[in-house]
Ligand binder design. Structure first.
Ligand SMILES: [Zn+2]
Ligand SMILES: [Zn+2]
Length: 270
């Protein structure tokens, strides 16, 4: 089986710990064949949700690090370069200028906060009602993203559960099936996909993002573009649970996993 990991962060992300070279070397050592570095480019400041106009200012550094890594790796792994693009719907003009650089292999479109709120990670959830309202807004903002299209796959759908569960509210995307089917139809129509993110398997959430029942909805809607990613922020986690993710994809009816090069999908038999 060809292992791919299309969601990884280096220290070019604020929450990363290792260089692009170290992350890619860890991938090669774990048998990952094709990997993409997807450092954060967040339109909003995570603490406040306010706009960060300089969110792409580290791109020069990322490119330098990437070039150095590719040289040192000497073909041990097929390393690609993308970004995890947060909150692109909050500043569409800025987002368009970033997404159209032409230098990116891949863009994950993520939402880490809804408009006028801080990052989901920062919120001290106080009630089930508050959580449910935020999940509603989270899903609705994905429609804005899907319409705008400054991405290739939607990132970690339903990962809000991680932070809500930590505060005692075990709330996923159950009950939103109809709206999710609509979202998936829109995505497919616009030639976009989703990712299967394994990071929740390494923490108390205990599930992938999205969870299996949502993954099945995407497949039933005709979804074919799907990447897998560890969302690793340290070398130990590169490639983590990717084989489990591929098994889950097969169980949900997928025959291929997707990778991207210069924003074009390539399909690898599972
Ligand atoms: Zn993310
Ligand atoms: Zn990430």
């Amino acid at each position: 089986m060809i292992l791919t990991d299309f969601h990884t962060h280096s220290y070019c992300s604020d929450d990363g710990t290792a260089s692009i070279y170290e992350m890619a070397l860890a991938g090669a050592e774990k048998g990952v064949s094709i990997m993409c570095i997807t450092d954060h480019v967040d339109i909003d400041y995570f603490e406040t949700g306010g706009l960060n106009p300089d969110c792409f200012s580290h791109w020069g550094k990322i490119k330098e690090e990437y070039a150095r890594a590719v040289e040192k790796l000497q073909g041990r792994i097929d390393l690609r370069l993308g970004i995890e693009f947060g909150e692109a719907n909050h500043a569409p003009e800025l987002a368009e200028s970033i997404a159209s650089t032409g230098e990116l292999d891949f863009i994950i479109g993520s939402l880490h906060n809804v408009r006028d709120y801080p990052d989901f990670f920062c919120i001290r959830y106080k009630s089930e009602k508050e959580c449910r309202e935020l999940v509603d807004r989270y899903i609705e903002e994905h429609f804005e993203l899907a319409e705008l299209g400054f991405f290739d796959v939607l990132g970690h759908l339903g990962y809000t559960k991680r932070y809500m569960k930590r505060r005692g509210f075990d709330i996923g995307l159950e009950g939103h099936e109809d709206r999710l089917r609509e979202l998936f139809r829109l995505l497919i129509q616009n030639g976009k996909g989703i990712e299967l993110n394994t990071s929740g398997l390494r923490d108390t959430t205990g599930s992938t993002f999205p969870e299996k029942h949502v993954l099945k909805l995407y497949r039933e809607a005709g979804g074919e573009i799907i990447t897998v990613g560890s969302d690793s922020h340290r070398t130990e986690d590169v490639g983590a649970n990717i084989e489990d993710a591929c098994e889950l994809l097969r169980e949900a009816g997928f025959e291929y996993v997707t990778v991207f090069k210069k924003r074009k999908p390539e399909f690898i038999k599972l």
